[in-house]
Design a binder for this molecule. Structure first.
Ligand SMILES: Cc1cc2nc3c(=O)[nH]c(=O)nc-3n(C[C@H](O)[C@H](O)[C@H](O)COP(=O)(O)OP(=O)(O)OC[C@H]3O[C@@H](n4cnc5c(N)ncnc54)[C@H](O)[C@@H]3O)c2cc1C
Length: 459
């Protein structure tokens, strides 16, 4: 339980409709979209201003109450689960677009705005924010997890598309990092320190983001292969040839079977498949690129190469791809699941894919391989019966082996989902002595460890 004096102070700060200890509200803020066990916070507040966030953190630090920022709760590594209880600070009502700097291709927003809503507004200006995780995440959550998506292969992850932040520190101080200049060389890069820190170093209350113009000409291609290893080898060739896809996704045969349950898309053969998209300001250049891609795929035994995908069909395929995680949960209804996420340098991608597929088969696991292949990123989703502890242990052992393999191939334990709870055990192996520096940074910025405690750094 939080101290009564803290509760009283917060009740003076927030009107009754923006502070809650109701069980249903606590339950909504106890779990994300992962299989990590839920944990109830003691109370939830919905700030509207930076000043409220600052005062709340001052009180929390004074009373040593844990504070977990909350965006849309769509994480899949336990990142926003308040495992030590305390206060959840829900940013869903701090969701305004503050300024659109159309001529500079920039937008300044509050953290609670959902990226899909933001992109609908930006489309009127011919602009968009490129990182696009499948779920309708908040900008605060995307910044905190350094989220990425199908467009990252061309435009980078969230970290590559942020220029400036307003951050409230654990003691309530409000700082501004970076600037609206796209070139910045002044001082330590605090902006990118907070991006990916999962709410453990500070609370983001404002962000200025880089935007991209919506491309004039876009073309899609779908290629299917006899094995995932062939598909992954083609990915390496396409990226290596400098063809710069705007999306390059790999789905194995199981993922294709699940994708086919979407009634709005054409039925695809259930084979390892690459979904690709290329953009250009000239139609002729686009056609030339597609010819090169076709040749590279053929060299890796592609059994079909379809470029006649229209704009509406493309949108439906990407929508289905974005909802593939939920589609898996529906397809394997009643089963427990474990989502894996790792990334490697693109030259090691074919090996990662071939060995991960072989491992899944050897361990007798049911599941899929799918991912943002152009970034060297792959996700595994394995399913097991909830009443079978041995199957669960096998799934956990598979996930560990998958991450170890990515690290062996000079990659990372998480390409985009963040460390949260599930990846903490790999932090020492991945970062060595640098982990000590991370701990020192945490202690400097949050000496009483009130900010999202128990995440990122192993105990
Ligand atoms: C179906 C599905 C598909 C997905 N696909 C992808 C994908 O393709 N790529 C990808 O990267 N992710 C993906 N995700 C994971 C998830 O959507 C992202 O991690 C996303 O960034 C989480 O944003 P959120 O708003 O839901 O944040 P939350 O889950 O609410 O929080 C995420 C983290 O951010 C912290 N936080 C939230 N707001 C703030 C703030 N204002 N200041 C500081 N810290 C804050 C929280 O404490 C937590 O640690 C997917 C999830 C689902 C369910």
């Amino acid at each position: 339980m939080v101290p009564q004096a803290f509760l009283n102070a917060l009740q003076n700060l927030y009107p009754p409709e923006r502070i809650s200890t109701r069980q249903a509200i606590l339950e909504q803020h106890a779990r994300d979209q992962s299989a990590h066990p839920p944990h109830l916070p003691d109370l939830v507040v919905w700030p509207l201003t930076t000043e409220e966030v600052s005062q709340t953190l001052q009180l929390a630090q004074q009373h040593r109450v844990p504070v977990t920022p909350w965006g849309a709760g769509t994480s899949i590594e336990g990142n926003p689960i308040p495992i030590h209880g305390g206060l959840v600070m829900d940013f869903s009502r701090m969701d305004r677009i503050l300024a659109i700097h159309e001529e500079d291709f920039q937008v300044t927003v509050q953290p609670g705005v959902l990226y899909k809503d933001m992109n609908k507004v930006l489309a009127r200006y011919g602009l968009f924010f490129a990182p696009d995780p499948g779920a309708n995440a908040s900008i605060g959550g995307m910044l905190a997890n350094n989220a990425a998506g199908i467009r990252t292969v061309k435009y980078g992850a969230t970290r590559d598309n942020v220029l400036a932040l307003e951050v409230v520190l654990a003691d309530g101080r409000v700082i501004h990092t970076g600037s609206r200049s796209v070139k910045q060389s002044s001082g330590y890069d605090l902006t990118h320190l907070f991006v990916g820190s999962e709410g453990t170093l500070g609370v983001i209350t404002q962000a200025t983001l880089k935007l991209a113009p919506i491309p004039a000409h876009v073309s899609a291609a779908v290629a299917r292969f006899p094995t995932v290893a062939d598909a992954a080898a083609a990915v390496f060739e396409i990226i290596g040839a400098g063809l710069e896809p705007t999306a390059l996704e790999l789905l194995d045969a199981t993922a294709m079977r699940v994708l086919n349950t979407d009634p709005d898309i054409p039925h695809f053969p259930e084979q390892p498949t690459l979904f690709m998209e290329f953009a250009s300001s000239h139609q002729a250049a686009l056609e030339d690129t597609l010819d090169q891609v076709r040749e590279l795929c053929a060299e890796h035994y592609a059994q079909g190469f379809d470029t006649g995908v229209g704009r509406q069909e493309r949108a439906r395929i990407w929508r289905a791809r974005h909802h593939l995680f939920e589609a898996h949960v529906r397809y394997f209804a009643g089963q427990q699941f474990l989502v894996g996420d790792a990334a490697v340098p693109i030259s090691r991608y074919p090996e990662l894919i071939a060995r991960t597929a072989a491992l899944m088969e050897k361990m007798g696991l049911v599941g899929s391989l799918l991912g943002h292949a152009g970034d060297g990123n792959i996700h595994t989703i394995v399913f097991y019966p909830p009443d079978d502890p041995q199957a669960r242990d096998r799934a956990l052992a598979f996930n560990d082996a998958f991450v170890e393999l990515a690290l062996e191939l000079e990659g990372t334990s998480t390409g985009e989902h963040g460390v949260g709870l599930g990846k903490r055990k790999f932090m020492a192996r991945e970062h060595g002595l640098a982990l000590d520096v991370m701990r020192q940074l945490k202690h400097t910025l949050d000496p009483y460890h009130i900010l999202n405690p128990g995440k990122v750094l192993p105990e």
